[in-house]
Ligand binder design. Structure first.
Ligand code: ASP
Ligand code: MG
Length: 416
């Protein structure tokens, strides 16, 4: 069971979590709980780190981790106290105590190994609930505390579920599942009963903010069934062994009715860059994308077409909006090597992505979208496709219209 920041926001909410745990324990389950920091706590800790600097611009990432890992330590201890108060045998664990071993990439470390043996032993011998601090781990060689990147408690939960061979990893959050798209944009969005790991990976990477991308990756690798459900349901209203509302993220073999399109994700955090009249010769793409890669800029969509002069080529690509200026500077610096006439760009663009494993076996799915958007006079600036998704770059002003249009087009609207 994993509970996020809003689910443990104060002592009252932590007590509510304890009742959820008690319900599962009473139903005969062996339980490990992973908790986030109380909502706002991690932001405050990050801010303190920033305020602590006066002369330098960058802080020591190892010390940043020492600070920000404390948020989860507090909630783990508090939840153990609350569980004990309900007469449940429980103890808290910090990442270094299990241990949860990670890489040494402080601030965004990757989990390498989790030892679940001691937890399993204690389930059996003492019926002890394990309360584990999410988000943190240990780098073995240096002995230092690491953190997994923002939202990392999801990943802790899935890693622990794998280590103890859990039947399921329940992610309790402030929504009751994964939706076909953001319900704030499309009120007729539907909750998905099931979604395949691959689809969820695309949804999460492309803008749906339900879960940290790495947690889904890890679930896919270890085949951990992940159940996204609401922590706002009252513990006493939930029937043990029942069928609570939520979304199961699982292997596609567990999904009987495969939809062609499962969901639509969108992101306004994109920027478009166009390099005009580039010479059409070998090595040019390398001259452009090499320096961007060296600058650690993630290029996403790439489109190449003939320039208006008919002799040269135009190259258009997208980068994260946060890297827009840096990308322009990087290209400008490489102008000699690339050889181009003009550099254009825009940040008022949005990427709309349509996802579904059924696309593998259906032709013409994207073509339907092109005509539907054309009917609404929405211009498509760039397109990319892969086996189970396609993405379209459009003017940001049309984001909502485009998402609603496609949501209806692929039959995702729930009945009115
Ligand atoms: N507390 C951390 C954060 O706010 C980790 C998490 O909640 O998943 O990013
Ligand atoms: Mg989260």
């Amino acid at each position: 069971m994993k509970f996020g920041g809003t689910s443990v926001a104060d002592i009252g909410r932590i007590r509510n979590v304890a009742h959820h745990v008690k319900r599962e324990v009473d139903a005969g389950h062996e339980v490990a709980v992973v908790v986030s920091a109380m909502s706002g706590a991690t932001d405050r800790l990050v801010k303190w780190c920033e305020e602590a600097l006066k002369e330098r611009r960058i802080f020591d990432a190892r010390e940043y981790d020492a600070v920000v890992a404390t948020g989860e330590q507090v909630t783990a201890g508090l939840l153990a106290i609350t569980l004990q108060d309900l007469n449940i045998n429980a103890r808290s664990w910090q990442g270094w105590q299990l241990p949860i071993l990670t890489s040494d990439t402080h601030g965004s470390a990757r989990i390498l190994d989790v030892n679940g043996d001691e937890l399993i032993r204690r389930f059996k011998e003492r019926k002890e609930v394990a309360v584990v601090a999410g988000f943190q781990g240990l780098h073995k060689e240096t002995g230092r505390i690491t953190t997994l990147g923002r939202g990392g408690s999801d990943t802790s939960a899935v890693a622990i579920a794998a280590a103890i061979h859990a039947e399921r990893c329940d992610i309790y959050t402030d929504v009751d599942g994964v939706y076909t798209t953001d319900p704030r944009v499309v009120p007729r969005a539907r909750r998905l009963e099931r979604v395949a790991f691959e689809e969820m990976l695309e949804l999460a990477s492309l803008g749906a903010k339900v879960m940290q991308v790495r947690s889904v990756e890890l679930g896919m690798v270890h085949n951990v069934r992940i159940f996204v459900r609401s922590s706002f349901d009252r513990p006493q209203d939930i029937v043990p062994h029942g069928n609570p509302p939520g979304t199961l993220i699982c292997d596609e073999d567990e999904i009987m009715e495969k939809q062609t399109v499962t969901g639509i994700a969108f992101s306004r955090d994109e920027a478009q860059i166009s390099i005009r009249q580039v010479q059409d010769k070998p090595g040019v793409a390398a001259a452009i994308f090499g320096p961007l890669a060296d600058a650690n800029i993630n290029v996403d969509m790439i489109v190449q077409n003939v320039s208006s002069d008919g002799k040269t080529t135009d190259l258009t690509f997208t980068v994260p909006a946060a890297d827009y200026q840096r990308s322009l500077d990087t290209i400008a610096k490489a102008k000699q090597a690339i050889g181009y006439a003009r550099l254009d760009g825009a940040t008022d663009v949005a990427k709309i992505s349509v996802i579904g494993i059924g696309m593998r076996s259906h032709a013409g799915v994207a073509a339907q979208a092109f005509s539907a958007l054309a009917e609404r006079s929405i211009n498509i600036r760039a397109i990319t496709t892969s086996e189970i998704k396609f993405s379209l770059l459009i003017d940001a002003a049309f984001t909502e219209l485009a998402v609603r249009t496609l949501h209806a087009l692929y039959g995702l609207d729930k009945a009115a």
